[in-house]
Design a protein around this ligand. Sequence first.
Ligand code: G
Ligand code: G
Ligand code: MN
Ligand code: NA
Length: 255
Amino acid sequence: LELEADLRLALDRGELKLHYQPTIDMNDSRVIGFEALVRWQHPTRGLINPLDFIPIAEATGLIVPLGRWVLTEACRQAVEWAERDNSRPIKMAVNVSVRQFDRSDLPTVVREVLTETGMPADQLCLEMTESVLMTDTEENLAQLVRLKALGVTLAIDDFGTGYSSLAYLRRFPVDTLKIDRSFVERLGEQSDDAALASTIVQLGQSLGMSTVAEGIEEYGQLAALRDMGCTFAQGFYFSRPVPAGEAGRLLLQGA
Ligand code: G
Ligand code: G
Ligand code: MN
Ligand code: NA
């Protein structure tokens, strides 16, 4: 409860900040963009992980202003990098909560943020979990269609851990599947996870969607996923989520 009161103030006080984790092209190991991940620099408790405050934000409705702040800051940063480094347009992925679909105004918010920041729509990717497809399906589908019409791309996060049916996947205008890191974790060991990861990559290919492997920590996982045909990668093997200054340097290095 105390945290809830603090979170109300945190936005105004500028206590939230974004870290950025690079997304890598598996074929040439270049940075093609970043995922923005929110952090809360609490005045007395220190750095608070999103897992400890996003659920509070979702339950209280604070996710709406918080989500708008994240979108705005991530787009502002992407535009700043593009102006500095204008030969390389980068993708910026932002996580959106299913609760941000509740008011039916997410497409309006995104359109306003794109205009305010000058962010090209095709450089913004919205990541959402399968719950967006499985609750208020028709209403959320209508919003996803409006988002696609703006030109932004859509990704399903933590894919394979939820409960979406393949029929749903075909109906939704999704561009990218992010393979949950639980499948990546045990790739080398005796398990079914290699078969599952490979199946997700093939599913993406047959539906015309790109695939991003999350949570790559070792070279062997990278090699295995690349051999499966997965195109993009994220994980501590390349970089942890880092503050903007460090992310900007990764971009210049192209590493
Ligand atoms: O950055 P980290 O791995 O600690 O993130 C933990 C979880 O918090 C992840 O599931 C991530 O998707 C989620 N998360 C991080 N930033 C945001 C955000 O800006 N909005 C929402 N809705 N979730 C976020
Ligand atoms: O749910 P989502 O995919 O948005 O979660 C992103 C979270 O995953 C971030 O909190 C980030 O810190 C974490 N993460 C990113 N790469 C790795 C990795 O290689 N290993 C582990 N254990 N966590 C990772
Ligand atoms: Mn994500
Ligand atoms: Na994920």
